[in-house]
Design a binder for this molecule. Structure first.
Ligand code: NAD
Ligand code: MG
Length: 383
C-alpha cells in the first residue's frame, strides 16, 4: 500500500507532536514527509531522526547549523527561515499539509499549499480568522479539501457527512468555559498567568490556553466556523459545556440536531483529518459513561468574558476587522504571558487597536499582511 505523504508545519507543538503520535500508530499508511519548527531545534532533530522525513525547516535561522549538523548523516534536506516554510509546502511529494503553526504566521503557508493543490488539515485557526473569505475562495478555485482539525469544527464536519444537500439552520460550538468559568470581573482583574494556564480539560500550547481562559479562542472559532461552513454570523452560536464531551452540534432545517461526542483528545480530530473520509481502527482512549453521569450546558457569559463579544462584533464589521483583532490578540497574549499586561487589559487593548486601524472592506492578501503588522505595532504601543 502507498503511504499518504504529510507535511506537518509546527511539528514540535502540542498539535504537531500529537499528529506524529497518530502517524506513528499507522507506520504502513501515513508518512511524515516534511517537519517544521519555529525555534525548538532539539525536538525537531529528535523527530527527524525518528521519522526520517524528506525535508525539515527550522524557521529560526540561528538554529540552522545545529540542525544541519545533527542530520548530516541522513538524506534529509534542511532549510531555515520564513520563506523556507512557504517553499517547502510546494514539494510535489506532499499530498496533505497539516498546519499546526500558532498564529497568523501560518497564513502564507496555507495559501501557498492550496495554490499548489494540496489538501489542508487545518489546526491553525488564525489562517481563517485573518483571511477566511480569501482562503476559502482559493480552496474552491483549486478544488482542494479543507479538513478541520480544531475539535469543534471537526465535530461539525463529522455531523455533516452525508448531509451535504441539507441546509444548516444553525450550529452550536461548545466551549469548556476554561479555568475561569463562573468567575466575576473582580476575580479576573487580578487573574494570573499561572491560573490562566491551568485548563480543566485540554493540554495545549500556551497561546490557545490563554485564549481559552479569555474566551477569545471561542471567538476565533466562531469566525473559523463561519468561513469553513459558509454560514451567516447569526447561524453560529456558542454554548458552554464544561465536560468537553459533546464537541459541537449541527441543527438542520427540520429542527433535528446532530452532535459528535468523544473524550477530549486531539488525536481523534487529527486522525479524522488525515484519514478522511475513512475511519481507521485505533487504540486511543474510549469514552466511559461511568465517568460522566451528567453532561451540562449553560450560556456563555459575554459580559464578563468580553473577548467573545468583541469577536462577534469584528466578524459582523467584516473586512479587515477580524485580522486586526487577531493580531492585537497575539500581541496581548504574549504580553500577558510575560506579565506585562493584566488579564482584563488584554480585551481593552484589542478594542482600542480595532478603533485605530483604518477599515478596509474587501482586503487583498497584502492588505491583510500590512494590517497584521500595523495592528501589532499599535497594540504593542498600548501595552
Ligand atoms: P504550540 O505553541 O504548542 O505549537 C506551535 C508550533 O508552531 C510549534 O511547532 C512552533 O515551533 C511553531 N511556531 C511557532 N511560531 C512560529 C512561527 N512564527 N513560524 C513558524 N512556526 C512557528 O501550539 P498548539 O497548541 O499546537 O496550536 C497550534 C495551532 O493549533 C493553533 O492555531 C491553535 O489555535 C490550534 N489548535 C490547537 C489545539 C491544541 O490542542 N493544542 C486544539 C485546537 C486548535
Ligand atoms: Mg477548539
Amino acid at each position: 500500500m502507498k503511504y499518504k505523504n504529510i507535511a506537518i508545519l509546527g511539528s514540535t507543538g502540542s498539535v504537531g507532536t500529537q499528529a506524529l503520535e497518530v502517524i506513528a500508530s499507522f507506520p504502513e499508511r501515513l508518512k511524515a514527509t516534511v517537519l517544521t519548527a519555529g525555534s525548538n531545534s532539539d525536538l525537531l532533530i529528535e523527530q527527524a531522526l525518528m521519522f526520517k522525513p524528506q525535508s525539515v525547516v527550522i524557521v529560526d535561522p540561528s538554529k540552522y547549523l545545529k540542525v544541519k549538523e545533527a542530520l548530516q548523516a541522513l538524506p534529509i534536506e534542511v532549510k531555515a527561515g520564513e520563506e523556507a516554510l512557504v517553499e517547502v509546502v510546494q514539494r510535489t511529494d506532499i499530498e496533505i499539509v497539516l498546519n499546526a503553526i500558532v498564529g497568523s504566521a501560518g497564513l502564507r503557508s496555507t495559501i501557498e499549499a492550496i495554490q499548489h493543490g494540496k489538501d489542508i488539515a487545518l489546526a491553525n485557526k488564525e489562517t481563517l480568522v485573518v483571511a477566511g473569505e480569501l482562503v476559502m475562495g482559493l480552496v474552491r478555485k483549486h478544488g482542494v479539501k479543507m479538513l478541520p482539525v480544531d475539535s469543534e469544527h471537526s465535530a461539525i464536519f463529522q455531523c455533516l457527512a452525508g448531509e451535504e444537500h441539507n441546509p444548516i439552520e444553525k450550529i452550536y460550538l461548545t466551549a469548556s468555559g476554561g479555568p475561569f468559568r463562573g468567575r466575576s470581573l473582580d476575580f479576573l482583574k487580578s487573574a494570573t498567568k499561572h491560573q490562566a494556564l491551568k485548563h480543566p480539560n485540554w493540554v495545549m500550547g500556551a497561546k490557545i490556553t490563554i485564549d481559552s481562559a479569555s474566551l477569545m479562542n471561542k471567538g476565533l472559532e466562531v469566525i473559523e466556523a463561519k468561513w469553513l461552513f459558509d454560514l451567516e454570523v447569526d447561524q453560529v452560536d456558542v454554548i458552554v459545556h464544561p465536560q468537553s464531551i459533546v464537541h459541537s452540534l449541527v441543527q438542520f432545517q427540520d429542527g433535528s440536531m446532530k452532535a459528535q461526542m468523544g473524550v477530549p483528545d486531539m488525536k481523534l480530530p487529527i486522525q479524522y483529518a488525515l484519514t478522511y473520509p475513512d475511519r481507521w481502527a485505533n487504540s486511543f482512549e474510549r469514552f466511559d459513561f461511568a465517568n460522566f453521569s451528567t453532561l451540562t450546558f449553560e450560556p456563555a457569559d459575554t459580559k464578563t468574558f468580553r473577548n467573545l463579544a468583541i469577536a462577534y462584533e469584528a466578524l459582523r464589521r467584516g473586512g479587515i476587522s477580524p485580522c486586526v483583532m487577531n493580531a492585537a490578540n497575539e500581541v496581548v497574549v504574549a504580553a500577558f504571558l510575560e506579565e506585562k499586561v493584566s488579564f482584563l487589559g488584554m480585551s481593552e487593548i484589542i478594542e482600542q487597536t480595532l478603533t485605530q486601524v483604518s477599515h478596509i472592506t474587501t482586503p487583498t492578501l497584502s492588505d491583510y499582511l500590512a494590517a497584521d503588522q500595523e495592528s501589532r505595532k499599535i497594540a504593542k504601543g498600548l501595552i
